[in-house]
Design a protein around this ligand. Structure first.
Ligand code: NAP
Length: 239
Protein backbone atom coordinates (compact mmCIF):
# COMPACT_ATOMS: atom_id res chain seq x y z
CA UNK A 1 0.00 0.00 0.00
CA UNK A 2 1.39 3.39 -1.02
CA UNK A 3 1.37 6.54 1.10
CA UNK A 4 -0.48 8.41 -1.67
CA UNK A 5 -2.82 5.71 -2.95
CA UNK A 6 -5.85 7.31 -4.60
CA UNK A 7 -4.40 10.82 -4.30
CA UNK A 8 -4.18 13.33 -7.14
CA UNK A 9 -1.08 15.52 -7.09
CA UNK A 10 0.07 18.50 -9.14
CA UNK A 11 3.81 19.20 -9.18
CA UNK A 12 5.12 22.34 -10.90
CA UNK A 13 8.60 22.44 -12.38
CA UNK A 14 8.36 18.66 -12.63
CA UNK A 15 10.50 18.20 -15.74
CA UNK A 16 13.78 17.84 -13.87
CA UNK A 17 15.55 18.27 -10.56
CA UNK A 18 13.52 18.06 -7.38
CA UNK A 19 10.16 18.21 -9.17
CA UNK A 20 11.02 15.15 -11.26
CA UNK A 21 12.23 13.32 -8.13
CA UNK A 22 8.93 14.14 -6.42
CA UNK A 23 6.95 12.95 -9.46
CA UNK A 24 8.81 9.61 -9.40
CA UNK A 25 8.37 9.10 -5.66
CA UNK A 26 4.73 10.20 -5.59
CA UNK A 27 3.88 7.85 -8.47
CA UNK A 28 5.72 4.99 -6.74
CA UNK A 29 3.60 5.69 -3.64
CA UNK A 30 0.37 5.39 -5.61
CA UNK A 31 -0.44 8.99 -6.59
CA UNK A 32 -1.89 10.11 -9.88
CA UNK A 33 0.62 12.76 -10.91
CA UNK A 34 0.14 15.87 -13.03
CA UNK A 35 3.53 17.35 -13.64
CA UNK A 36 3.84 20.72 -15.23
CA UNK A 37 6.75 22.74 -16.59
CA UNK A 38 7.88 25.09 -19.32
CA UNK A 39 10.35 22.40 -20.46
CA UNK A 40 8.11 20.27 -22.65
CA UNK A 41 10.37 17.43 -23.88
CA UNK A 42 11.84 16.73 -20.46
CA UNK A 43 8.42 17.04 -18.79
CA UNK A 44 6.75 14.66 -21.21
CA UNK A 45 9.58 12.15 -20.72
CA UNK A 46 9.23 12.17 -16.92
CA UNK A 47 5.43 11.86 -17.21
CA UNK A 48 5.77 8.87 -19.54
CA UNK A 49 8.25 7.26 -17.15
CA UNK A 50 5.97 7.59 -14.11
CA UNK A 51 2.66 6.98 -15.87
CA UNK A 52 1.56 10.54 -15.15
CA UNK A 53 0.26 13.45 -17.19
CA UNK A 54 2.44 16.28 -18.44
CA UNK A 55 0.98 19.75 -19.03
CA UNK A 56 2.95 22.64 -20.48
CA UNK A 57 2.48 25.35 -17.89
CA UNK A 58 4.10 28.63 -17.03
CA UNK A 59 3.36 29.23 -13.34
CA UNK A 60 3.21 33.00 -13.91
CA UNK A 61 0.13 32.64 -16.14
CA UNK A 62 -3.21 32.63 -14.30
CA UNK A 63 -5.09 31.20 -17.31
CA UNK A 64 -2.67 28.28 -17.58
CA UNK A 65 -3.25 27.53 -13.89
CA UNK A 66 -6.98 27.26 -14.67
CA UNK A 67 -6.26 24.74 -17.43
CA UNK A 68 -4.10 22.59 -15.12
CA UNK A 69 -6.65 22.57 -12.30
CA UNK A 70 -9.56 21.92 -14.66
CA UNK A 71 -7.68 19.00 -16.25
CA UNK A 72 -7.15 17.29 -12.90
CA UNK A 73 -10.71 17.96 -11.77
CA UNK A 74 -12.22 16.78 -15.07
CA UNK A 75 -10.30 13.49 -14.86
CA UNK A 76 -10.53 12.77 -11.13
CA UNK A 77 -12.86 15.27 -9.47
CA UNK A 78 -10.31 16.15 -6.82
CA UNK A 79 -6.88 17.62 -6.14
CA UNK A 80 -5.17 16.32 -3.01
CA UNK A 81 -1.67 17.76 -3.30
CA UNK A 82 -0.04 20.78 -4.89
CA UNK A 83 3.74 21.09 -4.82
CA UNK A 84 4.71 24.63 -5.79
CA UNK A 85 8.21 23.63 -6.85
CA UNK A 86 8.99 25.61 -10.02
CA UNK A 87 11.61 28.27 -9.52
CA UNK A 88 14.57 30.07 -11.01
CA UNK A 89 17.83 31.20 -9.47
CA UNK A 90 19.57 34.38 -10.54
CA UNK A 91 22.95 35.33 -9.13
CA UNK A 92 23.09 39.11 -8.62
CA UNK A 93 23.37 41.39 -5.61
CA UNK A 94 20.80 44.08 -4.83
CA UNK A 95 22.76 46.80 -6.66
CA UNK A 96 23.38 44.51 -9.66
CA UNK A 97 19.77 43.34 -10.07
CA UNK A 98 18.08 44.84 -13.11
CA UNK A 99 14.36 45.57 -12.79
CA UNK A 100 13.37 43.11 -15.51
CA UNK A 101 15.33 40.35 -13.77
CA UNK A 102 13.73 41.25 -10.43
CA UNK A 103 10.25 41.13 -11.99
CA UNK A 104 10.92 37.75 -13.63
CA UNK A 105 12.25 36.15 -10.44
CA UNK A 106 9.32 37.52 -8.42
CA UNK A 107 6.81 36.43 -11.08
CA UNK A 108 7.99 32.81 -11.08
CA UNK A 109 9.15 32.22 -7.51
CA UNK A 110 6.59 34.31 -5.62
CA UNK A 111 3.58 35.14 -7.79
CA UNK A 112 3.64 31.61 -9.22
CA UNK A 113 3.25 30.18 -5.71
CA UNK A 114 0.42 32.63 -4.93
CA UNK A 115 -1.41 31.75 -8.15
CA UNK A 116 -0.99 28.03 -7.50
CA UNK A 117 -2.42 28.20 -3.98
CA UNK A 118 -5.29 30.35 -5.21
CA UNK A 119 -6.00 27.97 -8.10
CA UNK A 120 -6.33 24.79 -6.03
CA UNK A 121 -7.89 26.29 -2.90
CA UNK A 122 -11.56 26.13 -4.04
CA UNK A 123 -11.39 22.41 -4.88
CA UNK A 124 -9.46 21.56 -1.71
CA UNK A 125 -11.86 23.57 0.45
CA UNK A 126 -14.86 21.90 -1.18
CA UNK A 127 -13.47 18.41 -0.55
CA UNK A 128 -12.39 19.40 2.98
CA UNK A 129 -8.81 18.23 2.59
CA UNK A 130 -5.57 18.93 0.78
CA UNK A 131 -1.87 19.52 1.24
CA UNK A 132 0.02 22.37 -0.39
CA UNK A 133 3.81 22.21 -0.20
CA UNK A 134 5.66 25.38 -1.13
CA UNK A 135 9.33 24.97 -1.97
CA UNK A 136 11.26 27.83 -0.42
CA UNK A 137 14.96 27.66 0.45
CA UNK A 138 17.52 28.24 3.19
CA UNK A 139 17.82 31.59 1.42
CA UNK A 140 14.69 32.51 3.42
CA UNK A 141 16.82 32.56 6.58
CA UNK A 142 19.53 35.04 5.58
CA UNK A 143 20.11 38.11 3.45
CA UNK A 144 21.29 35.90 0.57
CA UNK A 145 23.11 38.89 -0.88
CA UNK A 146 24.67 37.05 -3.88
CA UNK A 147 21.17 36.17 -5.14
CA UNK A 148 19.15 39.06 -3.75
CA UNK A 149 15.93 38.68 -5.75
CA UNK A 150 15.89 34.92 -5.26
CA UNK A 151 16.31 35.34 -1.50
CA UNK A 152 13.56 37.94 -1.34
CA UNK A 153 11.11 35.62 -3.07
CA UNK A 154 11.99 32.69 -0.84
CA UNK A 155 11.35 34.85 2.26
CA UNK A 156 8.02 35.75 0.67
CA UNK A 157 7.12 32.10 0.14
CA UNK A 158 7.91 31.40 3.80
CA UNK A 159 5.50 34.17 4.84
CA UNK A 160 2.79 33.43 2.27
CA UNK A 161 2.75 29.82 3.46
CA UNK A 162 1.78 30.89 6.96
CA UNK A 163 -0.94 33.27 5.79
CA UNK A 164 -2.45 30.63 3.55
CA UNK A 165 -2.24 28.01 6.32
CA UNK A 166 -4.18 30.28 8.66
CA UNK A 167 -6.88 30.87 6.03
CA UNK A 168 -7.22 27.29 4.79
CA UNK A 169 -6.70 25.36 8.04
CA UNK A 170 -10.37 25.55 9.10
CA UNK A 171 -11.25 23.82 5.82
CA UNK A 172 -8.89 20.91 6.44
CA UNK A 173 -6.31 22.18 3.97
CA UNK A 174 -2.67 22.23 5.10
CA UNK A 175 0.08 24.51 3.75
CA UNK A 176 3.74 24.06 4.64
CA UNK A 177 7.08 25.28 3.31
CA UNK A 178 10.22 23.26 2.60
CA UNK A 179 13.66 24.87 2.84
CA UNK A 180 16.33 22.87 1.04
CA UNK A 181 20.01 23.68 1.41
CA UNK A 182 22.47 22.70 -1.34
CA UNK A 183 20.82 20.19 -3.69
CA UNK A 184 22.46 18.67 -6.76
CA UNK A 185 20.04 19.61 -9.55
CA UNK A 186 20.34 21.33 -12.94
CA UNK A 187 19.64 24.64 -11.18
CA UNK A 188 23.04 24.31 -9.50
CA UNK A 189 24.93 23.28 -12.66
CA UNK A 190 28.30 25.00 -12.75
CA UNK A 191 28.17 25.78 -9.03
CA UNK A 192 31.01 24.22 -6.99
CA UNK A 193 28.82 22.07 -4.73
CA UNK A 194 31.75 20.39 -2.92
CA UNK A 195 33.28 23.75 -2.10
CA UNK A 196 29.93 25.21 -1.02
CA UNK A 197 29.31 22.20 1.22
CA UNK A 198 32.67 22.56 3.00
CA UNK A 199 31.19 24.38 6.00
CA UNK A 200 27.92 22.45 6.12
CA UNK A 201 27.88 20.45 9.38
CA UNK A 202 27.11 17.21 7.51
CA UNK A 203 29.91 18.10 5.03
CA UNK A 204 27.93 17.29 1.90
CA UNK A 205 25.21 18.49 -0.41
CA UNK A 206 21.99 16.48 -0.89
CA UNK A 207 20.37 14.71 -3.81
CA UNK A 208 16.94 15.63 -5.16
CA UNK A 209 15.35 12.42 -3.89
CA UNK A 210 16.23 13.37 -0.31
CA UNK A 211 14.04 16.47 -0.68
CA UNK A 212 11.36 14.38 -2.36
CA UNK A 213 11.10 12.14 0.72
CA UNK A 214 10.34 15.14 2.93
CA UNK A 215 7.83 16.51 0.42
CA UNK A 216 6.15 13.08 0.30
CA UNK A 217 5.77 13.13 4.07
CA UNK A 218 4.15 16.57 3.92
CA UNK A 219 1.88 15.47 1.06
CA UNK A 220 0.72 12.38 2.94
CA UNK A 221 -1.47 11.88 6.01
CA UNK A 222 1.69 11.06 8.00
CA UNK A 223 2.01 14.83 8.54
CA UNK A 224 -1.71 15.35 9.27
CA UNK A 225 -1.17 17.82 12.14
CA UNK A 226 1.51 19.92 10.42
CA UNK A 227 0.47 23.20 8.85
CA UNK A 228 1.92 26.68 8.57
CA UNK A 229 5.28 25.17 9.39
CA UNK A 230 8.81 25.38 7.96
CA UNK A 231 10.75 22.21 7.21
CA UNK A 232 14.48 22.76 6.75
CA UNK A 233 16.58 20.12 4.97
CA UNK A 234 20.08 21.55 4.81
CA UNK A 235 22.60 19.30 6.52
CA UNK A 236 22.74 21.79 9.38
CA UNK A 237 23.64 24.80 7.23
CA UNK A 238 21.33 27.15 9.14
CA UNK A 239 22.10 25.66 12.56
P1 NAP B 1 15.63 22.97 -11.54
O1 NAP B 1 16.35 21.71 -11.76
O2 NAP B 1 16.05 24.19 -12.27
O3 NAP B 1 14.06 22.71 -11.74
C1 NAP B 1 13.14 23.76 -11.73
C2 NAP B 1 12.19 23.59 -12.88
O4 NAP B 1 11.24 24.68 -12.89
C3 NAP B 1 12.90 23.64 -14.23
O5 NAP B 1 12.45 22.63 -15.10
C4 NAP B 1 12.54 25.02 -14.73
O6 NAP B 1 12.63 25.20 -16.12
C5 NAP B 1 11.12 25.12 -14.22
N1 NAP B 1 10.59 26.46 -14.37
C6 NAP B 1 11.26 27.64 -14.42
N2 NAP B 1 10.43 28.64 -14.65
C7 NAP B 1 9.19 28.12 -14.74
C8 NAP B 1 7.90 28.66 -14.98
N3 NAP B 1 7.73 29.98 -15.18
N4 NAP B 1 6.84 27.83 -15.00
C9 NAP B 1 7.00 26.51 -14.82
N5 NAP B 1 8.19 25.92 -14.61
C10 NAP B 1 9.28 26.72 -14.57
O7 NAP B 1 15.73 23.37 -10.00
P2 NAP B 1 15.57 22.55 -8.62
O8 NAP B 1 16.84 22.66 -7.90
O9 NAP B 1 14.94 21.23 -8.83
O10 NAP B 1 14.57 23.55 -7.89
C11 NAP B 1 13.28 23.21 -7.45
C12 NAP B 1 12.88 24.18 -6.35
O11 NAP B 1 13.77 24.04 -5.24
C13 NAP B 1 12.98 25.65 -6.78
O12 NAP B 1 11.89 26.38 -6.25
C14 NAP B 1 14.28 26.11 -6.14
O13 NAP B 1 14.31 27.50 -5.91
C15 NAP B 1 14.28 25.31 -4.85
N6 NAP B 1 15.58 25.14 -4.23
C16 NAP B 1 16.62 24.55 -4.88
C17 NAP B 1 17.83 24.39 -4.23
C18 NAP B 1 19.02 23.71 -4.90
O14 NAP B 1 20.12 23.73 -4.32
N7 NAP B 1 18.87 23.08 -6.05
C19 NAP B 1 17.99 24.84 -2.92
C20 NAP B 1 16.91 25.45 -2.29
C21 NAP B 1 15.71 25.59 -2.93
P3 NAP B 1 13.74 26.22 -16.75
O15 NAP B 1 14.81 25.39 -17.32
O16 NAP B 1 13.01 26.99 -17.81
O17 NAP B 1 14.24 27.13 -15.68
Amino acid sequence: MGQLDGRVAIITGGARGQGAAEARLFAAEGATVYLTDVLTDEGAAVAAEVGGTFLEHDVTDVDQWKVVVEAALADHGRIDVLVNNAGILHWATMTETALDVWNRVVAINQTGVFLGMQAVAPAMKAQGSGSIVNISSVAAYSGASPCFAYGATKWAVRGMTKGAAQELGPFGVRVNSVHPGIIDTPMMAGTPLEQMSGNVPLRRHAEADEVAKLVLWLASDESAYATGAEFVLDGGMTA
